[in-house]
Each structure stands twice: as structure tokens, then as C-alpha cells.
Write a new protein. Structure first.
Length: 300
């Protein structure tokens, strides 16, 4: 269930785990839109291995979803076997299909795993690099999940966790539809849903989400963080607009009982493909967001 980008966030609003298979097309399009972020992060990780003289022979993408980042990691580390690890078979099928289309089927494999119990070396093996973006927060005991992943690292290997950053912005603060700051109110609704989702997880444990601190507590060293920016100025191309419109439609559905009538009416106009004020047609739609990657190493 990789949620490598903000596309999955609307699913938190109901306070329960989403149907990842149903969200597969949205996850895939969202990850493609955010590919520049993941390319920057992969280059940073590649530089770290090069600086330390280490080689990367096996990579695990834990919570891979449809495999967009899995294939990107395969290109970034051309000598490595890259394994898409996920609990949703339909998403792993998409990952295999993508790898075949990109000529990567000889190095990209898939592994169905139930999380968190399957996150151990006996099931997933060991790796030089373990990447997991916006997956750990779907597991009740986040520190336990990090400890499991740390145990699967080879000496000198890196664990890279994608959590946090900045929420996406794609409209002016005052978009000319109802009250200003509509996206901020959507973010607040989403935060409520996220808290409810986490409280309902099996084994839910309250955790201060100091990710470098958690990586250190998991037994790793040299924990650090870096954020990567996606800045697509207006006017956006049609494909990116449609991705944003689809995501906003899901968020509107999830937030319907938590927003007032004015905000719902504004969202309906934004979603209307024939409205000049809608995302599909207005000239001022942009995309600005940031993802944070937290990295730590297993001692040699």
C-alpha cells in the first residue's frame, strides 16, 4: 500500500483504512505526477552510497503500491534487484505490468506481505536499501515497524522513510469561490480523519513522530532528514489538472459531512469541468508540495 504521494490522503478522512485496490488508478497517477520528488530523493540516496563506497545489490520498496517508485528505484540503482513489497495483490500486478512495459522485468520482482507481521528478514529477506513512503503511519506500532525494517538491513545499508513534508497547494488562498482558505479547511478535516484512522489501527500506539529519533530508537545510526520540492507553476497541463481534479473529488466525498454548505458549493464548482472557475479550466492552477525523507544506516 505505498502512498508515495499526497494522492492517498483523502482516504484518511473517514477514519479507517482505504480500499487500496479501488484507489489504484489514483495512486498510480499521483505517483507519476510526483515522480520528480522521488527522482531527487533517489539521487540523494545514490550519492550517499557512492560517498561511503557501498554497493546496492538489493532494494525493498515496502508498501510499493502500483510500483511507480519501485521502477524508478530500479533505474536509479541499475545493478540492484528491486522488490515491490505490498499487501494488495492487485497493486502488485500493476507493478509487474509497469516493470514489463519499462523493460525492467528482469530486475523488478514482487512480494505479497501482510504488514506488519510479514516485515521480517525471514519473509522479505535482507537488503542494502529499504524504501518505505507513507506506509509506516498505517501501522499501529510505528516504532515496532521500524525495528522490523531495520532488522532486514544489511550492514551499511540504509532505511529511507517518507513521512511528512508540506500539504499540496494548487489554488490561490482566495480562489474567488466562497470563503478564502478552502484548502486549509480541507487539510484540517483530513487531519481529523488521520487521527481517527490511527486510533483504530490494531495495536495502535501513541508515538511522537520524531522520525530521526524513531530511526535511532530502532537501532540505526546517523539519522537525518531532507525535504524535496515539487513546484509546477501555472498553467498546468491537462493530465496534471485531471489528477488534481480526481483527488479533489475524493476529498470532497470524504469531507462532505464535515464542511459547511458554502465550502461544498465551492468544491462543486472547482470540480465542474465546464465551469470557468473549475480546476479543468481556470488559468491559475499550480502544484506546490514537499515530501520529507528520513534516512538512517545500519552499522557496518
Amino acid at each position: 500500500m505505498n502512498t508515495h504521494d499526497h494522492a492517498h490522503k483523502h482516504a484518511h478522512d473517514h477514519g479507517h483504512q482505504p480500499d487500496w485496490e479501488a484507489f489504484a488508478p489514483l495512486l498510480e497517477r499521483g505517483a507519476e505526477t510526483h515522480a520528480p520528488i522521488h527522482e531527487q530523493a533517489a539521487a540523494w540516496l545514490r550519492e550517499r552510497f557512492a560517498a561511503g563506497g557501498g554497493s546496492v545489490r538489493r532494494v525493498l520498496d515496502v508498501g510499493s503500491g502500483p510500483g511507480v517508485v519501485t521502477c524508478l528505484l530500479a533505474r536509479a540503482f541499475p545493478d540492484a534487484e528491486v522488490v515491490a513489497v505490498d499487501g494488495t495483490p492487485a497493486l502488485l500486478e500493476r507493478a509487474r505490468e509497469r516493470a514489463a512495459r519499462l523493460g525492467l522485468a528482469d530486475r523488478v520482482t514482487t512480494l505479497p506481505v501482510e504488514m506488519p507481521d510479514g516485515l521480517d528478514p525471514a519473509t522479505i529477506g535482507t537488503a542494502d536499501l529499504i524504501w518505505s513512503s507513507r506506509t509506516v503511519h498505517h501501522l499501529g506500532d510505528q516504532l515496532d515497524a521500524l525495528r522490523r525494517l531495520a532488522a532486514a538491513l544489511r550492514p551499511g545499508g540504509l532505511l529511507a522513510i517518507g513521512e511528512g513534508g508540506l500539504p499540496p497547494r494548487f489554488l490561490p488562498r482566495d480562489a474567488g469561490l466562497g470563503r478564502p482558505d478552502l484548502l486549509a479547511r480541507l487539510d484540517a478535516v483530513q487531519a481529523e480523519g488521520f487521527a481517527e484512522m490511527r486510533a483504530e489501527l490494531p495495536g495502535a500506539t501513541e508515538t511522537v513522530e520524531d522520525w530521526p529519533g524513531l530511526l535511532t530508537a530502532a537501532g540505526l545510526t546517523g539519522a537525518t532528514s531532507r525535504s524535496f520540492l515539487l513546484d509546477l507553476p501555472a498553467p498546468l497541463d491537462a493530465a496534471t489538472r485531471e489528477t488534481l481534479r480526481t483527488e479533489l473529488a475524493h476529498r470532497r466525498e470524504a469531507a462532505a459531512d464535515r464542511l459547511d454548505d458554502g465550502d461544498l458549493a465551492a468544491l462543486d464548482r472547482l470540480l465542474d469541468p465546464d465551469d470557468e472557475a473549475g480546476i479543468a479550466r481556470r488559468p491559475d492552477v499550480f502544484l506546490l508540495t514537499a515530501h520529507t525523507i528520513h534516512v538512517a544506516a545500519r552499522a557496518e
